[in-house]
Ligand binder design. Structure first.
Ligand SMILES: *Cc1c(COP(=O)(O)O)cnc(C)c1O
Length: 388
């Protein structure tokens, strides 16, 4: 179907941070399939995990225990705030599960009148009916009938607006610690801590959507660690499977208490193939030194982008980001920069708010960051500055 405005470009193979076309052209991948390929392409450990599992067992459904799923869940629980994990196949499903868990938590807590969720401008939580309502982007809601009820949107970062939006029907607050699609907007640690305090005060659940900013991209395993607080619910996906479709909802014991047998489910969720790969990804990201490496590379990228801003002040307005989720706000349409970068065989991704996103694999080499900066600078050199 015509749902995507795709580049007329096809890749046959991948090697680390490089994507290779059938004719052998090599592109440096700073999009990572939208923050998905955290270990780059064709990582030997992921290839081994997938092929080994493929020879044993693919799918049994959740009618039975799934050993690989239990193993991955235990590792996620051991490495995060969470006590419980629900597996699904995508970010939208993980967010949908968080919305359902929030409402039903209040329901089983004797507060069925609490079903509304506070969300933020610029949010993106997926493309299902409930998650487009949660995201509140008019462009994504248009023509899809009455929006799912129960979302109250306030400006990103505006604590006073959050306080005013809390009412007797509020069940939860849902936020991306760093907005990806919305234009690489980083919530301050202070703001996230204030949301935690408000949730505690009013008996609300705090939901951190770490589908894009999680799985090491922030320089910590999850972005919430940087704020020094924990959420109650956390949908994750994208990087979790390193390219294999896998999503999950992480929860505290308390926040998970409403999801009893029969209340929610997924046929494919947490199947043996997906969870074998997910375990291998998590194992690599948790290796000693890996996240420190992400922090160092993030600093290098930030410095590189700052130099690019200095070199192209007529085009680059601002450098944004946290960890290896970086962006430059440009003074032209981001699509122009994405196209010019393609001309330099560099892959980057657009975002809202005139931002061009840079999302390299987390194991990107220093020389590849330097190479990307050269290519981006050359690309910007070919973009006409807006008339002043
Ligand atoms: C991509 C994204 C989603 C939706 O994930 P899909 O796998 O595309 O359904 C949800 N939340 C955030 C923060 C995302 O970046």
């Amino acid at each position: 179907m015509g749902t995507y405005a795709r580049q007329n470009l096809v890749f046959e193979r991948g090697e680390g941070a490089w994507l290779i076309t059938p004719s052998g052209d090599r592109y440096l991948d700073f999009a990572s399939g939208i923050a998905v390929n955290v270990l780059g392409h064709a990582h030997p450990r992921l290839v081994a995990a997938l092929t080994e599992q493929a020879g044993k067992l693919w799918h049994t459904s959740n009618l039975y225990r799934v050993e690989g799923q239990e193993r991955l869940a235990e590792r996620l629980v051991a490495s995060t705030f969470a006590d419980r994990v629900f597996f699904c196949n995508s970010g939208a499903e993980a967010c949908e599960a968080a919305i359902k868990a929030s409402r039903r938590y209040q329901f089983v807590s004797g507060k069925p009148e609490r079903w509304r969720i506070i969300t933020f401008t610029g949010a993106f939580h997926g493309r299902t009916l409930a998650t487009i309502a949660a995201g509140g982007n008019a462009k994504y809601l248009e023509g899809f009938g009455p929006a799912v009820e129960g979302f109250d949107q306030v400006p990103f970062g505006d604590l006073e607006a959050v306080e005013q939006a809390i009412g007797p029907e509020t069940a939860a607050i849902m936020i991306e610690p760093t907005q990806g699609e919305g234009g690489v907007n980083v919530a301050s640690a202070e703001f996230l801590r204030a949301l935690r305090a408000l949730c505690d005060k009013h008996g609300l659940l705090l939901v951190f959507d770490e589908v894009q900013c999680g799985m090491g991209r922030a320089g910590t395993l999850f972005a919430y660690e940087l704020a020094g607080i924990t959420p109650d619910l956390m949908p994750i996906a994208k990087g979790l499977g390193g390219g294999f479709p896998l999503g999950a909802l992480l929860a505290t014991e308390e926040a998970a208490k409403a999801l009893t047998p029969g209340t929610h489910g997924s046929t494919f969720g947490g199947n043996p193939l997906a969870t074998a790969v997910g375990y291998a990804v998590l194992d690599a990201v948790l290796e000693p030194g890996f996240l420190e490496g992400v922090q160092q590379k993030a600093l290098r990228l930030k410095q590189g982008l700052a130099s690019i801003k200095d070199a192209h002040p007529d085009l680059v307005e601002e450098v944004r980001g946290q960890g290896l989720l970086a962006g430059i706000k440009v003074k032209v349409a981001p699509a122009e920069v994405v196209k010019a970068a393609l001309g330099e065989k560099l892959l980057v991704a657009g975002a809202s708010d005139n931002v061009v996103r840079l999302l390299p694999p987390l194991n990107i080499a220093d020389e590849e960051i330097a190479e990307a900066m050269e290519r981006l600078s050359r690309a910007l050199g070919r973009v006409a500055a807006p008339a002043t």
